[in-house]
Design a binder for this molecule. Structure first.
Ligand code: BES
Ligand code: MN
Ligand code: ZN
Length: 498
């Protein structure tokens, strides 16, 4: 359950669970110091007894501290005294996560956003709240046993006491929109493929209409008419019909070229006739992580009324083997007119994106085009889960994305494109083949995509390592991370609004 978050003026909490902060000199903020006579001495004594040193993100939990009316006093470390005012948004987001974890199942908690160096700035308070919300997210809707120990519970109600309450609330309105977009992406990725079919995904994306997003859904017939045979070939072995959803947020100047985001939405990837081994195949329910990020981003932009024209396009298919499935050796013609020899039906994401990218640049003439896809296992081998791989034809856009990655800790690392790699997907039988062999697998996949991108500045983000099977962090505790929403929201906010 997500906590209900509200803001209040700085005041010393008198009852319930209080959360306060100390640096490594164990100095409390002014307001926390007023909780009770000798509270600072009490914290020092307890810290001494528990070996708590105020190290960043460490927790000291005091039960019914003497001399106060509180049930619990949770003290959270901020690290080096004197350096606390230098903490950034990511630090405060992580601290929000830690605080949320520390209050646990309390009904209500009051957190005093002040340090020995003064009030926590509004932007940091918003980041803190975002960290709390992202941390509180669980995916437990299929756990039916009420008192199941595995079922995490978090505080129902959290009050954040801040100096400038009005400014903090305002910053939180935007950060809350981005949090919701991130959680939408997590929900979509966590959801199993028997529930999140192509049609169900299209339906959930269509719900963004409630935020003022214009929605169009292309069905099989419409895509046939557009000659999207690369995408359609992937879908033909499944009972779930393919869909393409186009989401438009018109928050910018009337005639300004839109920015465009394109997502791979393979709701389940068995590999098709080139079927995958059984081990970990269940992870392929997350093979729509790119489409989930695009949908979550569109939610975020619309919910915070971003001053930008943005297009989100997601290609929704299921890659299944059956009597109608695509075979290795088949040759299909993409919307662009280019022919593709299918060598491996498990290299399906690039086929979906080939038509989705072509369609997007052709119809919308975007200022830039960024696609996200759980495209290759090879990117996991190269970069693990710590960075997504990016590929680009535009140094400026790639650089801005790298900066947004550092700012949000949704990091990216650029890998090369070149004519030499491009050659690896040539074939005597068609214009290109859909795999480039064992070596440089992430790069040859990107070269394939680039063959469907014309002059528009473009970045491909391979999120196979970052969207799912995610490492647990202070602000992310489920299998799906929601990777990409905060990254791209930041890119838009820093460079393409107004
Ligand atoms: N969806 C997979 C990539 C993937 C692997 C995503 C692991 C997340 C975790 C993609 O469709 C795929 O199967 N790629 C193949 C390409 C190969 C056949 C050229 C791969 O990476 O092995
Ligand atoms: Mn595949
Ligand atoms: Zn796939």
């Amino acid at each position: 359950m997500l906590p209900k978050i509200s803001f209040a003026k700085l005041a010393a909490p008198e009852k319930g669970v209080a959360v306060v902060f100390v640096d490594d000199a164990l100095a409390l903020g002014k307001t926390a110091g007023a909780i009770g006579d000798g509270v600072e001495a009490l914290v020092k004594r307890a810290a001494d007894a528990a070996g708590f040193s105020g190290k960043s993100k460490s927790v000291l939990d005091l039960l019914a501290p003497a001399g106060t009316g509180l049930d619990r006093l949770v003290v959270i470390g901020l690290g080096k005294a004197g350096a606390v005012s230098g903490l950034g948004e990511n630090d405060w987001a992580a601290l929000g996560g830690v605080a949320m974890g520390a209050v646990g199942r309390a009904k209500a908690a009051e957190m005093v956003l002040e340090t020995a160096e003064g009030e926590v700035a509004p932007a940091m308070a918003a980041a803190f709240a975002m960290g709390m919300k992202l941390r509180a997210y669980t995916f437990d809707r299929y756990k039916t046993r009420k008192d199941d120990e595995d079922k995490p519970k978090t505080a129902a109600k959290v009050t954040l006491a801040t100096g400038d309450t009005k400014a903090a609330k305002k910053a939180w309105a935007d950060a809350d929109a981005v949090s919701d977009g991130t959680l939408l992406a997590r929900d979509l990725v966590n959801e199993p493929a028997n529930v999140l079919t192509t049609l169900e995904f299209a339906k959930r994306a269509s719900e963004l209409a409630g935020l003022g997003v214009e929605i169009e859904v292309l069905d099989e017939k419409a895509m046939k008419k557009l000659k999207m045979d690369a995408l359609l070939g992937v879908a033909q072995g499944s009972d779930s019909p393919p869909r393409m959803v186009i989401m438009r947020w018109n928050g910018g100047k009337k005639d300004a070229a839109p920015v465009a985001f394109v997502g791979k939405g393979v709701v389940f990837d068995t590999g098709g006739i080139s079927i995958k081994p059984a081990a970990s195949m269940e992870d392929m329910k997350g093979d729509m992580g790119g489409a989930a990020a695009v949908t979550g981003l569109m939610h975020a932009l619309a919910a915070r009324k971003a001053k930008v024209n943005a297009i989100g396009v997601i290609g929704l298919v299921e890659n299944m083997p059956d009597g109608k499935a695509q075979r290795p050796g088949d040759i299909v013609t993409a919307m662009s007119g280019a022919t593709i020899e299918i060598i491996n039906t498990d290299a399906e994401g690039r086929l979906v994106l080939a038509d989705a990218l072509w369609y997007t640049q052709d119809r919308f003439k975007p200022a830039f085009m960024i696609n996200l896809a759980t495209l290759t296992g090879a990117v996991l081998i190269a970069l693990g889960s710590q960075h997504a791989g990016i590929f680009s034809n535009d140094d400026e856009l790639a650089g801005r994305l790298a900066d947004a990655g550092l700012a949000t800790e949704e990091r990216v690392w650029r890998l090369p494109l070149s004519a030499e790699y491009d050659k690896l997907i040539d074939t005597p039988n068609a214009d290109m083949k859909n795999t480039g062999g064992r070596l440089a697998g992430s790069i040859t996949a990107a070269q394939f995509l680039q063959r469907f991108v014309n002059d528009v500045p473009w970045v491909h983000i391979d999120v196979a390592g970052t969207a799912m099977s995610s490492p647990k962090t202070d602000i992310s505790k489920t299998w799906a991370s929601g990777y990409g929403v905060r990254l791209l929201d930041r890119l838009v906010r820093d460079h393409y609004e107004g």
